[in-house]
Structures are given as C-alpha cells and as structure tokens.
Design a protein around this ligand. Structure first.
Ligand code: SUG
Length: 434
C-alpha cells in the first residue's frame, strides 16, 4: 500500500487581525495594534497551497472556525442580542472581544497531533486535538477543531481522542512540538516530542506530561518515541513552539544547534529511536537564535517530492537575511537529502508569528485512507481558484482592532463562512447556521 503525506493548511479566516495576544511570540507582540489585510493573508495561504500542489504534494485544508465566537462571551456573562454582546464587550472588555475574534485556527500545526496508521497498534490514524491551554484565544479553538477533524476524517479508519484535560497542567500545542521520522512514509515511524520548561522571559506552552499522554493515547511504541526538553534559551529568544527552531521529515532533522537544552543527549536519543536520521544543523556562530526566530528558517515545510527529492518551503524572510540565505545555499550544496528551496510570501501570517510550517497539519495517509476522508477538504488547482474568488468577494483588505467593535463586521465574517459552506456543499456546519 502506498502512503503519502497530505498537508492540511488552515484556510485563513476573514477576521485575521493583529491583537498581540500570544505571549512569548515576538512577532505577535511587535505587531500588536497594526492594521491587517485578511484578504491578502488568505490569498497568500492559498498561493502556498497551490505551490505545494505544483511541487507534486497532496494538499488539503481545514476550514476556519466560527469567529467571532459569541458563545464564549455569553459563557463569560455577556447577555442579550449579538449586537448587545459585542457592544458591551467592546466597552468593558475589549481584550476579550479580540480573543473571540482571533483567526488563530489558521495555524493548523497546532490543531492536533497525528499518528499515522503504520505507527499505531490498531492500524488506524489517531488524532488528539490540542487543548492550546496557554493562551485564551487559542484555548477556545479545541472544541471547533475537534468537530472539524471528525467531519473530515470520518469512518472507522480514524480514531479521534478528546483534547487533553486539565488545562495548563497538560498544556498541549499539537504537532508544532512533534516530528516523525520514517525512511518511507509507510514504514513504522519514530516520534520526537519536544516539551518545554519555563524560561526567564517566557512560560513554556508544551508540558512533558501532555506529550507523554498523547503518545500513550496513540499507542506509540516506547522504543520509537523520544521526549526531549527544548532549550530554555530558544524559548526565551521567541521559539514559543519547537517548530520555530527544528523541523523533521523522512530521514532528516533540520535544526538549530541551540534548539535542545541538552544537545548531545537529544541527538543520541533521536539516533537511538531512528538510527537512519541525518541531523542537519545550523551552528549558532553561522545563524544565531535571533536570526532563526526573525527569519523563521526552521519554520519551513520540509517535504518529500514524488521524484525522491526533498524541498524546503521557506518564508521570504529567510531569503532576505544574508546569514540565513548563506546557510540555505550551503545546505543545498552539501551531500544530504535536501536539494530544493522554494521561498514564499506568507507575510500576513508571519507578522503574527506563523510561518509556512505553522500553517499546515501533516497527515500521512494510505491511498485507501485518503479515499475515505471528506474529499471536499482536498484541493486541486480549480478548487484553489474557487476559494480565491470567494476570498476576493468576501474578505476585507484592511482590518483594524477598532473594526471589531462594529456588529456589522460580525455579519460580514459569518457571510464569508456561509459562502464557504455553500461552495463546498457542506450543509449547516457552523453553529450560527444551525
Ligand atoms: O500561537 N500566533 C500564534 C502563532 C502560532 C504559530 N504556530 C506554530 N509555531 N506552529 C501563536 O502564538 C497571534 C495572534 C494575535 O496576536 O493576534 C498568535 O496567536
């Protein structure tokens, strides 16, 4: 049976904005209060999906969540009509209003952790949606994400675990802190879970016991599962997820010298679980942690191409930093599996700390499993064109935080989601449609 990775990108929602909500995320803090361009954001995301298709990769997407989520404000004591709830929140708790408007579900690397069927004892694909407990605007994603995953991956080939309980005690940020190694996608893979401990500047989001719980729920083989502590220095430099300083694919770990607290022990543990792994590392003397965080070099998608090549899909920012560009050129020239680099503009997402790798959830599927999912959520060129037209028709090109106070903007955002479910023939999917 043939297995291949399908990347499920988050379709960027119409409320994409810069509210500065994400603690430890330096780009989000830097751009707090700036005016966003949701239309450009979504078109950049779709252009990335098109680029991956043209590289020969299979591509899918997850729909945006319903935002604003006024049920959250109602649960927090706001009452009355939608307009009354928005008005009251905008006067007395504008920060809460921004939280329920966030389009943060676009970063689907944080949607869930996935174990493909060759790695699980029951031969099924396992999903655990991330509880995203450490930031409020993200913690309110889990329920809707779980529902979307169940809708897309339906039938008895897929197992959906609930998000981990216990809030921040089991803080889980999904696949952004997880990597899988396998010589071929259909081989039994080895799993790398990177957890954090609080730094001096920033708290850690991913707890070790959360990673352990996910590995346990998915039934991963202990000898092929590694738990590694992220370097506190990397966390404090702004690597709020490990995918800001490392990315794994196939037989490769592409990483920064200062990604892990104990580099030698981490590399040894990875090599023990997956002896075939080629560790391609940027030395701190060549690329500093600050360079890595500002360029998002390691937040590239590392993808295997049909002809056997391996490509890095990088944000433009990494082409613009001379030291980072030199390291990419050197990596391509050396004798290792990576032999292509593609630079893409995802600046609207980058300004919130989300690069190419943040925007996608990787799901390794057999041909039969791929055939079993809801085909609406796989894209070809024509579907991308249709989604682009929808975005052009329904998304604003300018959104300031003050605009969130206007109840008519809520109607506009819901109208865009209505158009999406109509386009896909999904029926009533969002709570406001039921
Ligand atoms: O959780 N930014 C996201 C970015 C997530 C990136 N994902 C990965 N590294 N996989 C976060 O920090 C910013 C929202 C705002 O400030 O409005 C935000 O949530």
């Amino acid at each position: 049976m043939t297995f291949a990775e399908v990347n499920f990108d988050g379709l960027i929602g119409p409320t994409h904005n810069y509210a500065g909500l994400a603690l430890g995320n330096v780009a989000s803090a830097k751009n707090a209060g700036a005016v966003s361009n949701p239309r450009a954001a979504a078109l950049q995301g779709l252009a990335k999906m098109r680029a991956l298709l043209r590289l020969g990769c299979a591509q899918g997407f997850l729909p945006p969540l319903q935002r604003p989520d006024l049920s959250v404000l109602r649960a927090l004591g706001f009452a009355g009509s939608d307009a009354a709830v928005i008005e009251a929140a905008s006067k007395t708790a504008p920060d809460l209003l921004a939280n329920v408007y966030s389009a943060s579900s676009m970063w689907t690397a944080n949607a869930a952790t996935v174990a493909p069927s060759p790695d699980t004892p029951d031969g099924k694909v396992h999903f655990t949606p991330a509880n995203l407990a450490s930031n409020f605007h993200r913690a309110i994603e889990a329920e809707g994400t779980a529902r979307a995953l169940k809708r897309i991956f339906r039938g008895d080939r897929f197992v959906h675990h609930p998000p981990l309980p216990g809030g921040a005690h089991f803080g889980d940020e999904g696949a952004a802190n997880h990597g899988r190694f396998a010589r071929e996608p259909g081989d039994a893979g080895a799993h790398l879970f990177v957890y954090g401990e609080d730094g001096v500047r920033f708290p850690a989001r991913q707890k070790r016991r959360a990673s352990e719980a996910v590995a346990r729920a998915h039934g991963l083989a202990p000898e092929k599962t590694v738990f590694v502590l992220q370097a506190k220095k990397a966390l404090d430099a702004g690597a709020f997820h490990n995918d800001v300083v490392s990315v794994a694919n196939g037989s490769v770990l592409f990483t920064h010298e200062e990604a892990f607290e104990d580099r030698e022990a981490a590399h040894a543990a990875i090599r023990k679980a997956a002896p075939f792994v080629d560790i391609i590392e940027a030395k701190a003397a060549a690329v500093s942690l600050d360079d890595a965080v500002s360029s998002y070099l390691f937040n590239s998608q590392l993808v295997s191409l049909p002809g056997g090549e391996m490509a890095l899909v990088l944000p433009k920012e990494s082409e613009e930093n001379a030291r980072v560009k030199a390291f990419i050129d050197e990596t391509l020239a050396r004798n290792n599996p990576i032999n292509r680099a593609v630079f893409l503009d995802v600046r609207e997402s980058m300004r919130n700390g989300g690069g190419p790798a943040c925007l996608r959830l990787r799901v390794v599927l057999s041909e039969v499993e791929r055939g079993a999912i809801d085909q609406n959520f796989l894209v070809d060129e024509a579907k991308i064109t249709a989604l682009e037209s929808l975005v052009r028709a329904h998304y604003r090109d300018r959104l300031a935080l003050d605009d969130l106070r206007d109840p008519r903007f809520k109607d506009e955002a819901y109208a865009a989601l209505d158009a999406l479910t109509n386009l896909l023939g999904m029926g009533a999917f969002y709570p406001f449609q039921q």
